[in-house]
Design a protein around this ligand. Sequence first.
Ligand SMILES: NC(=O)c1ccc[n+]([C@@H]2O[C@H](COP(=O)([O-])OP(=O)(O)OC[C@H]3O[C@@H](n4cnc5c(N)ncnc54)[C@H](OP(=O)(O)O)[C@@H]3O)[C@@H](O)[C@H]2O)c1
Length: 449
Amino acid sequence: MDVEPHVLEEKTTVTVLVTGANSGLGFAICCRLIDEFLFTRPQSQTLHLLYSTRDAKKGEDTLKRLNAHLQNTLRRANGKAAVGISLLLEARIKLEGVLVDLTKLLTVKTLAKQLLARGQHLDAVVWNAGVAGWTGINWLKAAWEILTRFSQATTYPHFMGCDVGALTKRQVGGYGNVHMFPEPRLGQVFCANVFGHYMLTHWLSPLMDGESRVVWISSLSATPDLFNLEDIQAIEAEMAYESSKRLTDLLVMTAELPSTQTYTRPFFNQPPARATSTKPESARAPQMYITHPGVVATSIADLDTFLAFGMIAFMYIARWIGSPWHPITPYKGAVSAAFAVLAPPSQLFDLEAREGKGKWGSAADVFGDERVVRTEIEGWGFGGDLGSPVPSGSIASKRSEYRGPATKESREEFEEAGRRCWREMEELRVEWEKRLGRVEIDACASADV
Ligand SMILES: NC(=O)c1ccc[n+]([C@@H]2O[C@H](COP(=O)([O-])OP(=O)(O)OC[C@H]3O[C@@H](n4cnc5c(N)ncnc54)[C@H](OP(=O)(O)O)[C@@H]3O)[C@@H](O)[C@H]2O)c1
């Protein structure tokens, strides 16, 4: 991870793409990026925020709400400083909606082509959009879990029913080429949470360089017991959401290891390593980061109003009795993702180079003051390096099924699982690129990268 100093501070325009921006955490990430950018970056810099929604109506509505948020921030700034400061600040934010449905790979391809055609460098992408794939609550189990292990139930709930076997709809219409049918199965949750973003990263990689950041949103519930290497799409799984998040952790944590380079190089559109290269290899591929928001009250569980209030009440109780994992409001939960996008390299890149690659989580104290903390990943630890001390401020897993700190064996197992996931993801990407058609990147690759 020995790369040149980051130059994000010297840019005039910082371009960030956030998916799933119309609600919950995605919207909050956009708001937080606006606020932190305005008050931590030099006045000479502009944030070009590309936010994605699934349709134009949601895009327009999101733009209105983001503008309203911006105006609030500007009003507060005017109160603190000389009147008129807001005019300067407002000019530094450019908002633009784009469309994508991650379970419809042709729309993923369309978005990639649209952005590649412009050739605009991407400084960061935040892969936030996602679905839980839950069908409802198993009431008996919920009551039992809440009564017998409250903190566990409100942090790692195991009582949600899953739509087992749910698949995406057919991706390519028409029967022009019969050899292309039937299509391979694509798990719905897998495609929305991981594979759609995976294809997008691959297709957009010509717009990114070694200083770009690919920020994935994972979850506390990404635990090893809910992931099966024989079914990485979690089509047969009872808990496809948790599996998709564990897969995300495995992919990101192992992305820079030598053992995955056979797969990560073609994924990032990089040429094979050359002995004569003067630039370190890792300098050329974008950096992937894992964050999670803790537990936040959003519509992901799709509860009715009464249950949603109940859920929020339980979240506050969990915080008051000592859980660090309940930021509760999406804005507080967005602190880790905003950090991964905007933190100077000394606080992120250099830190991971020194202390190992980790999972950056949003935590909150009993008063609700949020902070970013390293979160333990079972099997990997805090930084993947068992010889290094646990970085200060890290939070260990408090799951009741926790199997203990990472060991040499678990670390090896984790890396091997990551390598296998990379291999399968790459096979799937190649297969789907044949079906969907490649995105022609050569013409765009030279522009602005
Ligand atoms: N809430 C939590 O406590 C929590 C905890 C850990 C991790 N997370 C993660 O945070 C992220 C955001 O979730 P949230 O809690 O904010 O839920 P949310 O309010 O339901 O937001 C999900 C967002 O993803 C979009 N989306 C869903 N399916 C999509 C698809 N196929 N293509 C494109 N966009 C799609 C949704 O758009 P539509 O409105 O069009 O459906 C929405 O904008 C997810 O990755 C989730 O796993 C949440």
